[in-house]
Design a protein around this ligand. Structure first.
Ligand SMILES: Cc1ncc(COP(=O)(O)O)c(C=O)c1O
Length: 284
């Protein structure tokens, strides 16, 4: 079952107008929330980021956090599987085509659930490959906007070259991946690019830094140059659906030893432990 504008219906029956501004202009924002053992992971943080995205595009939040939480609970309950991921999207709604905001319009709200399949043990042990590309997106990458054409093209570059992710460089500095945040390890120090309008403030990014704090893994939030990236001992990517993954090949060259490193191994294990504790209602 999906949720669309007040109704829970099978996805096959879901209909929206071709005049929806999401369809016409990509005028909307979204969130992706992982669900473990039927519980949404970091729901408060995801709803907070949704609010920031809505504010950034001047769209009034159609629901309170309590209403969102209720919908999330209902969607989880009406779908199979302990582990799911929720996609929720709010667009400005249906109106005659005109770039400017319509004076009166009702937002379109859509929530769906898909099975969450986390990375296999083999992938975690071997690592994945990435390529680099020029970050040619707009400069409001902090908004989780549904207009993702640049990200789509950048991610396709990775697929076309047999890689998992495209890491983005803007004016000589690492911003993030086409659909993930990226960390680097140099001399046992975890480096994280500072949040700015040039990257999405990842929920998983925050979890990684909280874990690093809690377990005294030394880290620094600092601009990461292309040189730092190419000479890194380890590179990690994070996202709600990919969790934490090691990148062991960059543009066809080994990252460090070519195997997932120690910092990755620690963060990965702590992340897995954290998932279990939070599902029991405990804190980090
Ligand atoms: C461009 C981009 N950066 C970063 C992320 C990671 O964000 P989160 O950890 O909140 O999933 C995503 C998630 O899909 C993304 O699309």
């Amino acid at each position: 079952m999906i949720y669309l504008n007040g109704s829970f219906i099978p996805i096959e029956d879901a209909r929206i107008s071709v005049l929806d501004r999401g369809f016409i202009f990509g005028d909307g924002v979204y969130e992706v929330i992982p669900v473990y053992s039927h519980r949404p992971f970091r729901l408060t943080e995801h709803l907070h980021r949704l609010q920031k995205s809505l504010d950034a595009i001047q769209l009034k939040n159609p629901y309170t956090d309590i209403e969102w939480a209720k919908l999330v609970e209902q969607i989880i309950a009406s779908n199979e599987g302990d582990d799911q991921y929720l996609y929720m999207q709010v667009t400005r709604g249906v109106a005659p085509r005109d770039h400017a905001f319509p004076k009166v319009v009702t937002p379109t709200v859509f929530i769906m659930s898909s099975p969450l399949v986390v990375a296999s043990k083999e992938l975690i042990v071997a690592g994945v490959s990435a390529i680099t590309a020029n970050d040619n997106r707009w400069i409001r990458c902090d908004i989780k906007a549904i207009s993702l054409l640049p990200n789509v093209l950048l991610r396709q570059m990775a697929v076309d070259s047999g890689a998992t992710e495209t890491l983005l460089l803007r004016e000589g500095f690492l911003t993030e991946g086409s659909a993930s945040n990226v960390f680097v390890v140099k001399d046992k120090l975890l480096l994280a690019p500072p949040k700015s309008h040039l990257m999405l403030p990842g929920i998983t990014y925050d979890v990684v830094l909280e874990i690093a704090d809690k377990h005294q893994i030394p880290y620094e939030i600092i601009e990461i140059s292309e040189y730092d990236l190419r000479t890194a001992d380890e590179i990690l990517l994070t996202s709600s659906t990919k969790e934490i993954m090691p990148i062991t090949l960059l543009d066809g060259k080994k990252v460090g030893s070519g195997k997932p490193g120690n910092v990755f191994a620690q963060l990965y294990q702590y992340y897995q432990n954290y998932k279990v504790t939070i599902m029991r209602g405990e804190s980090l």
